[in-house]
Write a protein that binds this ligand. Sequence first.
Ligand code: PMP
Length: 279
Amino acid sequence: PLVYLNGTLTPLSEARIPVLDRGFIFGDGIYEVVPMYARKLFRAKQHLARLFRSLKAVSITNPHSEEEWMALIGKVAHAHPSDDQLIYLQVTRGVAKRGHAFPKEAVTPTVFIMTNPMTLPSAQAVENGVACVTMEDKRWLHCDIKSISLLGNVLAAQYAVEHDAAEVIQFRDGWLSEGSSSNVWVVKDGKMMAPPRDELILEGIRYGFIEELCAARGIPFESRRISREEVMQADEVMLSSASKEVLAVASIDGRPVGDGRPGPVFRALHAAYVEARKA
Ligand code: PMP
């Protein structure tokens, strides 16, 4: 497959970055993952807006306009045979002599784009839901920035794997935050809820999207702090991300959520999601 690196399309196996790239040395960079269905980007403007916000938050110069980003993404996607793809974008601060603070001299950000075939949850996972395990959120206090420094998320994802779970559900001081790479939603008495859009979670592009789907279907939605007890006693719990779309949680720490089957709110939202991506 061809990837984009600093101005050129090149085979992935030939793409190279210098070892002093601050992404490699410090995890000093930002990324995005943009879904494409039937060769059409899904919510690309929102993904780029989040990329721009994250770059700004860490003072990395955004190297491209929205139009330029769209064109670059288009080029990489076009070179790939799959109609449904997950496109990965990464910008690091660039290459400089090692030192924690920003380099004094001007540096050129490193820009990397690759794509892979979209891998959606299996039909079985959609039908039956998935198992999750809970853990304390041990990440930093700027989870709203889509940083490539992902060690906390990596360790959380590995914890899920080692506990035969599809995802972790993290809590900070007893309050729901999010998964290792997904947002978490809770349904009680027909009302959909998600934690506030603050610095303790990454606001998924699906956050706003699912909110819109709820509004269109008359499902009440509230953004507020959600306690561990509320999660454990919820009628439904679900996950959302670019690659999971919306996915029901069947069990948490081995205990069934509701009756242990994906519930009506999940079914309605999943159907609406599938419909929207065809549009
Ligand atoms: N939270 C975290 C920590 C994530 O990594 C992701 C996936 N990017 C999400 C939430 C969901 O975001 P999105 O809906 O944009 O995929």
